[in-house]
Design a protein around this ligand. Structure first.
Ligand code: ZN
Length: 156
């Protein structure tokens, strides 16, 4: 590539900003309301409300009943995740390498981890947690993700 092309690319890119994260340098922070589940916050967008995290889930842990108020996407990196009870209950059992998309409005009962698991997760909006009678017990949006992240130990 010519020097002139490189300079032109740098001028274009100076108007926007890319994100580069080295997750190994980040500390795991406990995810509230889900003992055994920790996360690393990779990116939060105040413009769109989208947030991307790495979740680390211990065997036996799980996320309580919730509704996605924005679509969610995940990529399993290791372990196994049972959504809506897993395939044995008519749901999904995601294993390492699997990708999933969860439309806005989707309700998930207990999402559990039968093995230790790590997965990349992006939600394009908040998540609303509910009890069994559909009473709202909490809403987690991008600002909540930032607040949780602020409680993380300083990077090593
Ligand atoms: Zn869900």
């Amino acid at each position: 590539m010519s020097d002139q092309k490189t300079i032109l690319d740098q001028m274009r890119n100076a108007q926007i900003q890319d994100t580069y994260i080295h997750p190994a340098d980040l500390a795991w922070v406990p995810f509230p309301g889900a003992p055994g589940i920790d996360m690393k916050v990779l990116r939060v967008s105040s413009e769109s409300g989208t947030w991307t995290v790495l979740f680390q889930c211990a065997a036996g842990s799980g996320f309580p009943r919730h509704m996605h108020l924005g679509a969610g996407e995940y990529l399993m990196i290791s372990g196994e995740m049972e959504v809506r009870g897993g395939v044995k209950a008519g749901g999904i059992t995601a294993v390492a390498g699997d990708y999933g998309y969860e439309p806005s409005g989707m309700i998930h009962d207990w999402t559990n981890f039968v093995t230790d698991a790590v997965f990349l997760f992006t939600n394009h909006g908040p998540i609303q947690f509910m009890d069994d009678d559909d009473n709202i017990v909490g809403v987690l949006d991008w600002q909540g993700i930032l607040a949780i992240d602020a409680s993380a130990p300083a990077p090593v």
